[in-house]
Structure formats: C-alpha cells, structure tokens
Design a protein. Structure first.
Length: 224
C-alpha cells in the first residue's frame, strides 16, 4: 500500500512539473513576438519601451535583409529622405521640429503577383510632440470614418484602399518616432484573400523600421 502511494505521489509531481514547463514555454512564445514570418505580425505587434530615434537617408535599407512575410521578396525601392528639419503646428503656437523619411517598395508574393508598400517615419525633437501628432492623426481618421482598430496603446490599424486594391495601414508611435506603414494587395484581389498577409507585412515593416531607427546608446524618454 505504501509503495502504491509513493508511486502515485511521484506521478503527480511529474505531471505538475510537465504542466509548469509547458506554461513557461507558452508564456515565452507569447512574449517573443516572433515567428516564421519574421520579427512580428500585425496581430502580435506589442508595445516596446519608448526609445530615441535617428534620421537615415536610406530607410528602405532597413527592410532589405528580412522577409516581410513568408514567401515574399522585396523588389524595387525608392527612398525619400529630407535631412532638413520641418516644423509641425503644435499646441498654443508651439512649432515642434521633426525630420521625415520614407520608403516606397514593390513586393512579390509567393504566386508572383505584385504588392505595394509605403512607409513614412518622422523623428521629432522629443516625445511629447510625437504623441500629439499621433493623437491628431487618430482623431482625423475617426472624423473621416476610418475607425482606428487598436493594436496596443501606441499603435492602431485600419483598412486602406487604392483604386480597388485592398490595403492595410498601421500607425505607430514610440518615444520621439511617429511611423505610418501601408501595404496593398495585388490588383484584382479581394480583402479577405489578402487580409492576413497585409497584417503581417505592415507589422513586420513597423518593427524593422522602429528597431533600425532606434539609438541604442541614447537614454529612453519617460513613457507618456
């Protein structure tokens, strides 16, 4: 009888250890934001600690080495990068300055059809003007009936359209960076056919650009 109780206890302990190991593995996978499609997808895009970012004259280069979705390849690209600061219209007459850059790119899907990608990044003089600019864009989308779909507290997505081509836009703010990414499916495609790939492409593009523009040695601003 004693031997039976000892055997049952050992089995119970083993089951508990296995359950704990599985729970830890699931938690780690959920926090990683990664996967076989790249550094993160639109659905898995999670908030990162705020950072300080820099301007670059070659923003398309930030996308060159990592597939934006499984089976997709990056085609021709066009950089748009003005090193001169611009002035935004802020509150109470403030005119915060920022520098802007952008990337236009063609993508080829697994079936050989052509997709389109555009990303625009603005690096502000500090985090607060970027936060205000993000809120202004969010409110404008609401006013124009483009209902923002929250991704996390500093990012949202919404549908987009280009002369019948279904698309997806993601707007993200991190620290002093305001980033907008839009991707469109092939001509003749239906929204339900390309929805998942669009989410993956804009999510991975946002992650790669935010990471590539981040100043590693700069102190992070306080969360706003």
């Amino acid at each position: 009888m004693r031997r039976s109780r000892d055997t049952a206890l050992r089995r119970a302990r083993m089951a508990a250890l296995i359950a704990a190991a599985v729970a830890v593995a699931v938690a780690v996978a959920g926090c990683s934001g990664g996967g076989e499609d790249g550094p993160g997808t639109g659905e898995k895009l999670t908030a990162r600690a705020p950072g300080v970012h820099r301007w670059t004259g070659s923003p398309c280069g930030l996308l060159a080495d990592t597939p934006l979705a499984k089976g997709f390849t990056l085609g021709s690209t066009t950089d748009s990068a003005d090193p001169e600061p611009r002035e935004d219209i802020g509150e109470k007459g403030a005119r915060p300055r920022y520098r802007q850059m952008g990337c236009l790119a063609d993508l080829t899907g697994p079936d050989g059809k052509f997709w389109k990608l555009g990303a625009t990044a603005a690096v502000y003089e500090d985090a607060e003007p970027a936060r205000r600019a993000y809120r202004v864009k969010q409110n404008l989308d609401r006013v124009h009936g483009r209902v923002p779909e929250p991704v996390h507290e500093s990012a949202y997505g919404r549908p987009a359209d280009d002369r019948g081509r279904p698309g997806r836009t993601l707007l993200l703010r991190n620290g002093d960076l305001l980033l907008s990414v839009t991707a469109y499916g092939p001509y003749g495609s239906e929204e339900h056919e390309v929805r998942d790939d669009l989410g993956t492409i804009v999510g991975n593009t946002a992650r790669l650009m935010e990471d590539g523009l981040r100043e590693r040695d700069a102190p992070s601003p306080a969360p706003s």
